[in-house]
Design a protein around this ligand. Sequence first.
Ligand SMILES: N[C@@H](CCC[C@H](N)C(=O)O)C(=O)O
Length: 282
Amino acid sequence: MLKFSKMHGLGNDFVVIDAIHQDISLTTAQVQFLADRHRGIGCDQVLLVEKSQLENVDFRYRIFNADGGEVAQCGNGARCFAQFVRDKGLTDKATIAVETSAGIIYPTLHANGNISVDMGQPHFLPAEVPFSAEEPANTYMLTVAPGEQIEIATLSMGNPHAVILVDAVETAPVDTLGPSIESHPQFPERVNVGFMQLCDRQTIKLRVFERGAGETSACGTGACAAVVSGIRRGLLARQVTVQLKGGSLLINWPDDDANVIMTGPATQVFDGEIAWATLNLL
Ligand SMILES: N[C@@H](CCC[C@H](N)C(=O)O)C(=O)O
């Protein structure tokens, strides 16, 4: 049997697998099956916990979207990852060094149950996102239909994000604009699309249509990207509460050269087992 944990960060849910004590590598079809809410277990992302080969790094963290694609970064997943390795006795450290394909991140578990993650620095150059643009700018006009342009900010938090300002998240066109921007030809690796409503300088509301997963209850990197884009446009303070469908995250970006710190909860739902035979049929 393959053992897993079902976890979530503000309703952004994960199947987390210890790949240190279980010999596992997943095909695209196997990830899609695990993520399937009707035929499999159901989740937005599958997370693999591996050993890191790097010096002074505790673990390697691999992230797969529900569509089976491997990606480089996941904020809510990072908090769940940290909670998982502590709960399973894989470490007793409060601050853990975790290798991702976007660099090293540092989750810290606090006594009150919250977890802060040093998510590293945002990157703004179009090639770093990646986004196709003639020159770098704070915002870009993106053509989404003949004669229809939308103003976006775009940046990488280790994964690509586009952020759109809206008057009210409740009525934002997440279901229509989300998929069309996710696969817009100017984003060669596709993109996560955030719809941000400004409440005041310390508070925003946010909905995110995630690349490879659709709209989720919360997106940690999306929250970081929205706050960073708002600060760069002079609209937000350096510490902002982000209200998502599933709850709130606190995002800090102390100055332009600093790393972004995300703080929020991680919840264990249940442990389970699935027969290898089921996976091997795929
Ligand atoms: N839910 C995540 C982001 C997961 C990856 C993303 N969909 C991508 O394709 O980059 C988060 O909490 O950051």
